[in-house]
Design a protein around this ligand. Structure first.
Ligand SMILES: *[C@@H]1O[C@H](CO)[C@@H](O)[C@H](O)[C@H]1NC(C)=O
Ligand SMILES: *[C@@H]1O[C@H](CO)[C@@H](O)[C@H](O)[C@H]1NC(C)=O
Ligand SMILES: *[C@@H]1O[C@H](CO)[C@@H](O)[C@H](O)[C@H]1NC(C)=O
Ligand SMILES: *[C@@H]1O[C@H](CO)[C@@H](O)[C@H](O)[C@H]1NC(C)=O
Ligand SMILES: *[C@@H]1O[C@H](CO)[C@@H](O)[C@H](O)[C@H]1NC(C)=O
Ligand SMILES: *[C@@H]1O[C@H](CO)[C@@H](O)[C@H](O)[C@H]1NC(C)=O
Ligand SMILES: *[C@@H]1O[C@H](CO)[C@@H](O)[C@H](O)[C@H]1NC(C)=O
Ligand SMILES: *[C@@H]1O[C@H](CO)[C@@H](O)[C@H](O)[C@H]1NC(C)=O
Length: 554
């Protein structure tokens, strides 16, 4: 430290400062004024971290020794982002950073043998701190010793993220005494015992947001922290927790009462088997808003809905459900759901025909997303006795091959329909009839070759139509879009020329008619990538215009 301070007043360092005032120069760091566009931020890892609106940012990379490599930084920086290489055998002292009295955010990507507290110096303005072992690689386990009360002098610290640091290398009271800590993220803590985490955070009373991502945790057991065991009562420990996300690995065991200290979970993610799922309501959890379940064995939808009911779940993502168990009666207990995502791993060989009648039971469902199943001809409305007035957003990625007339006619309130990446090659006339509220239709990446005058009949509210990555353009019938009164943005597929014609003529007036003048975006692209792209914002002046597309001939 002392050596560092004297270095700071050294003429050479001073020179560096002066030079830097007209664009900072530093061997390892780049310095930005955040009034500049952050788009100029370097494209390495620091730019991917969350940003707070501070004025001066220093981003330093290839740092081996913080105290030497950061010499010459201006003292008034607000954000410091450090990416270490080969710093593993060094210790880091938070005291070093006290020379930056305005420091508000500190991001460090790297591993140290230990982290020392600020000592007698202070970091009066530090609010956000991130310690990340390795960026993006996951499964780092940095054995960094962090002693008791290391962060106690960070009086303004409100947001702390620790990723890839082995928690057991830290003192049990490592987080104690941080007065204002409101948001804590512990990711990949390299422990398989939830107690190791809980016992370290139980005293952070100000906590509002807690996120734990611990893929090694398979067993959710009763915690033996003293704060929980001396008081057998089931009351929650935190008073202000508003958001709690837990993400575990494959959960094989849930002990009764193990989560009673918590009561409400915002999000729970993990791989669950059917048997373990039954134990979840016994964990003491009262409510989960968003439940994300995956796994290697299939779960009947009744079992999932039973949990949905008991825990008042609003959103579910299920990656391992038994597709043949889906029916109107099996989802009865799921009536509280507002969002449902269903998918299966490809190895599951799902059934080829879903019982779409299940939608009629889910009267609060706004959004349904079904992926990676196989129902090439989904009969969504064929057996519905009444209109589905609750669904506003539908995404289907289920190998649909063709759309038949009135296929969606019961979905009277639907606003968004996403049919991206199916195998649709044919759309019958009047396929979208009844979708009078539909605003956005995305049929990109299918195999549509033909658009007819009645293909989009009934889509009075459609403002956005996306047909990119379809080989269709030379087969658009006259008047195909003329009746889409609300249309504003159109993305057509690729220009495909019959090999006999070197030139494609597209009479935009003929296919768009009077609505051409109201379009704000018209996008047409060529199958020969980059050889032709037309993107017009405000297409007014194309009125009465024949678009001639010269296609490279072989
Ligand atoms: C760290 O120390 C260990 C043991 O002393 C040594 O084997 C290793 O090479 C050192 N790593 C670096 C990056 O210096
Ligand atoms: C949790 O409890 C189970 C069953 O009692 C036990 O087998 C397992 O070792 C415990 N796990 C941990 C991390 O303590
Ligand atoms: C909790 O249990 C674990 C192992 O089961 C043990 O290592 C730890 O010391 C215990 N903690 C307390 C506070 O009793
Ligand atoms: C146990 O909890 C009750 C209320 O929940 C509280 O009044 C009591 O002081 C607690 N006891 C201990 C030892 O913490
Ligand atoms: C859990 O959430 C429900 C509804 O959101 C709320 O009424 C209840 O007070 C919450 N309980 C706790 C302990 O936060
Ligand atoms: C899937 O559900 C069907 C119908 O409920 C049932 O007959 C079948 O045994 C289930 N399959 C598995 C693997 O659980
Ligand atoms: C797309 O359609 C063409 C012509 O109908 C057909 O030859 C081709 O196999 C289709 N591609 C896919 C992926 O279905
Ligand atoms: C384009 O179509 C419109 C509407 O049918 C027609 O009036 C116009 O003559 C056509 N333009 C050309 C150049 O063919």
């Amino acid at each position: 430290m002392e050596e560092m301070r004297s270095m700071f007043s050294h003429p050479a360092v001073l020179f560096l400062w002066i030079q830097s005032s007209s664009g900072w120069m530093h061997p390892k760091c780049q310095i930005y004024d955040s009034s500049e566009d952050l788009g100029h931020f370097p494209t390495w890892t620091c730019s991917q971290l969350p940003h707070h609106a501070e004025r001066y940012t220093a981003a330093c990379q290839d740092v081996t020794a913080i105290e030497e490599d950061l010499l010459g930084l201006p003292p008034n920086i607000n954000t410091l982002c450090i990416s270490m290489t080969h710093g593993e055998n060094r210790s880091m002292s938070l005291g070093f950073f006290s020379q930056f009295q305005d420091l508000e955010s500190l991001y460090i990507i790297g591993c140290f043998t230990q982290i020392l507290p600020t000592g007698n110096s202070h970091l009066p303005n530090l609010q956000h701190m991130y310690l990340i072992d390795k960026w993006g690689t996951g499964s780092g386990c940095c054995d960094c010793h962090i002693g008791p009360h290391t962060f106690i002098d960070l009086v303004k610290l409100c947001d702390l993220t620790i990723q890839g640091y082995r928690l057991t290398a830290m003192a049990p009271d490592v987080f104690h005494g941080i007065p204002q800590l409101q948001s804590l993220i512990i990711s990949e803590p390299c422990v398989d015992d939830l107690s190791e985490i809980l016992c370290r955070i139980m005293n952070i009373k100000a906590l509002i947001e807690l996120k734990i991502e611990a893929p090694e945790i398979q067993s959710i057991n009763q915690s033996n922290c003293s704060i929980l065991t001396t008081n057998e009562s089931m009351t929650p420990v935190f008073n202000n927790l508003a958001r709690v996300d837990f993400s575990f690995g494959e959960v094989t065991h849930i002990e009764e009462g193990s989560l009673a200290w918590l009561q409400n979970l915002t999000m729970l993610t993990g791989a669950f088997s059917q048997e373990v799922l039954l134990d979840l309501p016994l964990s003491g959890i009262k409510q989960i808003q968003d439940f994300r379940c995956s796994g290697i064995s299939v779960i009947d939808i009744e079992r999932i809905c039973n949990v949905v009911f008991l825990l008042s779940i609003k959103k579910i993502y299920v990656n391992n459900f038994n597709t043949s168990s889906l029916s109107m009666s099996s989802v009865e207990l799921c009536t509280g759901l507002e969002y449902m995502y269903l998918s299966v791993p490809l190895s599951f060989h799902p059934t080829t025909h879903l019982d779409w009648y299940f939608i009629s039971s889910l009267k609060k469902l706004n959004e349904l997303d079904i992926d990676f199943l196989r129902d090439k001809n989904p009969e969504i409305c064929s057996f519905q006795k009444q209109p589905i007035t609750w669904l506003t957003k539908l995404t289907l990625l289920i190998n649909i091959q063709m759309l038949f007339a009135k296929q969606f006619i019961c979905l009277v309130k639907l606003q968004y329909l996403d049919l991206t990446q199916n195998l649709i090659s044919n759309i019958e006339d009047f396929a979208f009839l009844g979708l009078t509220n539909l605003e956005s239709l995305d049929i990109t990446s299918n195999n549509i070759t033909q658009i007819n005058a009645n293909t989009f009949d009934g889509l009075h509210s459609l403002t956005w139509l996306d047909l990119r990555n379809n080989p269709l353009i030379h087969n658009i019938e006259a008047m195909s879009f003329t009746h889409l009164m609300s249309l504003r943005q159109v993305f057509l597929g690729q220009v495909h020329n019959p090999l006999t014609e070197p030139v494609i003529k597209l009479n935009l007036t003929l296919i768009f008619g009077g609505i051409l003048s109201q379009l704000t975006h018209l996008y047409i692209s060529s199958v020969w990538h980059l050889s032709f792209t037309l993107l017009c914002t405000n297409v007014n002046h194309y009125l009465g215009f024949v678009l001639t597309i010269l296609v490279k001939s072989f």
